[in-house]
Design a binder for this molecule. Sequence first.
Ligand code: HSE
Length: 320
Amino acid sequence: MPERTAPAAPGGGWVRATAPATTANLGPGFDTLGLALAWTQTALCALAPEGVADVAVDGPGAEGVPRDERNLIVRAATAVCGEVGLGRHGLRVRLTLELPVGRGLGSSAAAVALGLVAANALAGQPLAAQRLLEIGTQLEGHPDNVAPALFGGLCAACQDGGRVWAVRLAPPEGLRALLAIPDRPLSTAEARAALPRQVPLADAVANVQRTGLLVAALAAGRLDALGVATQDRLHQPYRASLIPGLEACLRELPAVGARGAFLSGAGPTVLALVDAAADTRPVAARLEGWLAGWGGGRVRSVGLAAQGAAAVPVQAPTAG
Ligand code: HSE
């Protein structure tokens, strides 16, 4: 593709990109299911000359975010620019961290989605959503957070050779999520290292059954099935060795009113699905009890999000 110049966007070429937090796996749907949460990360982005990664970050955890070309927003944007013939552009990014990092709430998938939609908007929307999904999955390694970060709602995704498949459903009605977010992070790499190379066939079958039941129950509004349908035998029992009290907490949450409960992504956040209109204080109290026994943290209530990542032109931010 020949090199071309970025279209002049209003406001000196800046866009405001937004992407939701996401929860992956939802219990049994390991590396497959993801759900967008109504908790948004925002970034202001503009193209910069080649070699320039001008990243300004503040907010909790900002000290751990790379300011150079290793930054995930920059990497995702650079991948889009290279693919659409804009050449090796750099990127300016202004970011206040809103999503917690290393807690299993899709902060890295959100960063990738921000870079993808920002660069695609700055380039005049040359890439289709499917291509953004493929680039994002390559950067992330798994599509289960990237798909809902890009498309919102409930996504089922898989990779087949070089092709990434993702099918989106509207988020289930009448539910919200209570998140128990520990103060201490857990890296996805460490949480994956705890998994066995092989699992018993009976455990694999149990998860296939529950994953199918979960998607059908969420699509049909059969909230009564969520307790069984969010059970998992493929990853949570092994990750429990890294997360004290996890199994008891998950087992006891339905008795205090949760529709279903699971480790959010690779953890360590625990997510309880609750009726949107219910008194959720008993569920929150159980989650707080678990957090108190593992170094502390906070419980946050969020809705489910229909909207995925998006970018709109804005005026250039003032310096400072
Ligand atoms: N599904 C991944 C895991 C996390 O549980 O390790 C998100 O990609």
